[in-house]
Write a protein that binds this ligand. Structure first.
Ligand code: CA
Length: 312
């Protein structure tokens, strides 16, 4: 006998015939598909210097996509035909951080070898995942430029704790994977860094913009200026979005929250501007701890950061 209302194969959700939700357009990669944007989850946060459950963020950010439609009122366009491929999450090693970093690196590298997509989104995890990820893109594309939205430089010494979420850019710079002149840091905040790391950033030639610079120049014009500089010297551009660059009022679900950061609108408009550049091929989103979040505010903002990248 058939059911009148029950359908064990579908969730019991309201469906409006004219609305496509973003999660409805995402397909799992099974080995031969091609798409416009690929997604991979790097659920690693055991190398965080403070207790973090950021490993749970790939699933809460993906869940956030089910709340929003594919239609952009600004662009007057429905992106329901955009092909998004999900490569799944990398299983991390239960105890070894170095083994986990190897697994993340190999998995991003293998995803790129499929050549299935033009552009990719990498969901962390803590900021430690950017080191193996950016390294994989550098091996594939050559000289890489990075624009990093962050309250922190992330160039801590490795003597105090090995490779953590505070060291990814030091590992990339000292490892010769990234040039200081090809790294742009926007959103650096007061009382969130040390004088030694400011000195290191200057010595390496990193292009640093504090929140005071952002207030003076505007984040979108900083991004435009830096893209125009990077496009003449690198082979591809990677965006690294640490959600703690956003003010704690808009991103309460980060381990290192603080006041005086970006508004959610500033983050979205600047990521959108960067994503429109043809040399921008990848973006990671890191440092959301869903267990500290309030009503998934931070994961839902991250879902919108994805949309600005996917629907350019
Ligand atoms: Ca960071």
């Amino acid at each position: 006998m058939g059911f009148t209302y029950l359908d064990p194969t579908k969730s019991a959700k309201f469906k409006d015939r004219y609305v496509t939700k973003i999660d409805e357009t995402i397909k799992k990669y099974k080995g031969s598909e091609t798409g416009d944007v690929g997604i991979i989850g790097l659920p690693s946060s055991k190398s965080s210097i403070s207790l973090s459950m950021a490993a749970n963020a790939p699933s809460t950010i993906r869940a956030g996509l089910s709340s929003f439609s594919t239609y952009s009122a600004t662009q007057q366009k429905d992106f329901d035909d955009r092909r998004i491929l999900d490569f799944g999450d990398v299983p991390i090693h239960p105890t070894s951080v170095e083994d986990t970093l190897d697994r993340l690196h190999i998995s991003v590298e293998e995803m790129l070898q499929t050549e299935a997509c033009d552009r990719y989104i990498i969901l962390g995890g803590d900021h430690g995942v950017s080191y193996p990820s950016i390294h994989a893109f550098q091996k594939k594309y050559g000289r890489i430029g990075v624009i990093q939205w962050d309250a922190h430089h992330d160039v801590r010494n490795l003597e105090d704790g090995g490779r953590t979420n505070g060291t990814p850019f030091r590992s990339l710079l000292d490892g010769g994977i990234l040039n200081g002149d090809d790294l742009v840091q926007v959103g650096i905040r007061d009382h969130a860094n040390a004088e030694e790391y400011d000195r290191y950033a200057k010595e390496k030639g990193i292009h640093v913009y504090t929140m005071d610079d952002v207030e003076e120049e505007g984040v979108v014009s900083i991004i435009k200026k830096e893209l125009a500089r990077l496009e003449n010297q690198v082979d591809m551009i990677y965006l690294s979005v640490d959600m703690d660059a956003v003010d704690q009022a808009f991103a309460p679900g980060c381990p290192a929250i603080g006041p005086g950061g970006f508004t959610s609108r500033e983050l979205l408009s600047s990521v959108k501007k960067a994503a429109q550049h043809p040399m921008v091929k990848a973006m990671d989103i890191v440092e959301i701890d869903p267990s500290k979040d309030v009503r998934d505010i931070t994961s839902r903002l991250a879902a919108h950061v994805m949309m600005r990248f996917m629907y350019k």
